[in-house]
Design a protein around this ligand. Structure first.
Ligand SMILES: [Zn+2]
Length: 320
């Protein structure tokens, strides 16, 4: 079981100063899905259904251990992030993060290492919000120089860098990462930063004291560099209906109203969940933007159940 705290407003506001860069955030479910994972849902006002802004009250509950929040990196109005988090959960992850931390120190960048369920998160804080694209160029090139594997570009295992996108379009959220110093609902444990005492106050004082990366330093580090070729996002592919039976083809997007989109998916209320009175926040169903023929309910409804709920059951092929 984890320790409960009762943090001060000062502690909550230093957390906000360090970590909050956009208003929307997610809350981790306290109950697992059938597959055992504890998903995060966008925090919404229960009346208006609009995304709720992260405020001091929610931050205090997170630090005290009552709820667990995750944070988005990029503010779409500025395309900037206040922090970079490097997530590693593969074999040898912690050693790789220590090497990155050491190499960053050689550049004069103080990074803080947080433990995680299967590895760690290495955090770099900006003296001011930094361009997401430049943060990514810096960390990708640093990792490749050190021979630290980076996920994507053909590699299944490796570090993941938050911000995960160079920029966001309107209505996109990007990817969220579990906010430090809270309780992970799956393990019911807190994961702390090395190098500070194990209370939210002491940990935040340690993070406050780190030297922050300035925009001009970052610009000088990435001068003449770009994102390694293998990791550049693929150009968007227009949706082409299949030539065969295209007139009768089932298109999920004709049947559901999407609530928002991120870099990969449209999100909508899952019709099968809706039938059971679930998914009130309207974001269980992910529909791939590149190819909307692929969709998936994160609460575990099958394709057959979704199609049946829409009155368009999947026709069984009869072998003759
Ligand atoms: Zn569903």
């Amino acid at each position: 079981m984890y320790a409960k705290f009762c943090v001060t407003r000062d502690t909550a506001s230093s957390f906000m100063r360090l970590f909050q860069n956009r208003r929307a955030y997610c809350i981790q479910s306290s109950r697992p899905l059938p597959n055992g994972s504890f998903p995060y849902y966008l925090a919404r006002d229960w009346r208006t259904k609009e995304p709720k802004p992260l405020d001091e009250g929610a931050v205090r509950m997170h630090l005290n251990g009552d709820i667990t929040v995750s944070l988005y990196a990029i503010n779409p109005e500025t395309q900037r992030s206040k922090w970079v988090a490097i997530d590693a959960d593969f074999e040898g992850a912690v050693e790789a993060l220590f090497r990155l931390q050491w190499e960053l120190k050689e550049d004069g960048v103080q990074a803080a290492l947080e433990q995680s369920r299967r590895g760690g998160h290495l955090w770099i804080f900006g003296a001011e919000p930094l361009l997401a694209s430049e943060c990514r160029i810096y960390v990708y090139n640093l990792a490749l120089r050190l021979g630290v594997p980076v996920k994507g570009g053909g590699l299944k295992e490796g570090i993941e860098v938050f911000p995960r996108q160079d920029r966001l379009d309107d209505g996109e959220y990007g990817n969220a990462i579990r906010a430090p110093l809270g309780v992970h609902r799956k393990t019911e444990r807190r994961y702390w930063f090395y190098d500070a005492d194990l209370t939210p106050g002491a940990q935040l004082a340690y993070l406050d004291g780190l030297k922050k990366l300035t925009e001009s330093e970052l610009k000088s580090f990435v001068q003449g560099m770009s994102l390694p070729e293998a990791y550049k996002p693929p150009p968007p592919v227009p949706y082409i209906p299949s030539a065969r039976n295209s007139r009768d083809e089932f298109r999920i997007l004709d049947f559901v109203r999407t609530t928002h989109k991120d870099s990969r998916n449209w999100w909508a209320r899952c019709p099968s969940c809706a039938q059971a009175g679930r998914d009130r926040s309207g974001d269980n169903l992910a529909i791939q933007i590149r190819n909307p023929r692929f969709y998936k309910c994160w609460a575990g409804c099958s394709k057959e159940e979704i199609r049946a709920a829409l009155g368009r059951p999947i026709r069984k092929r009869v072998s003759v």
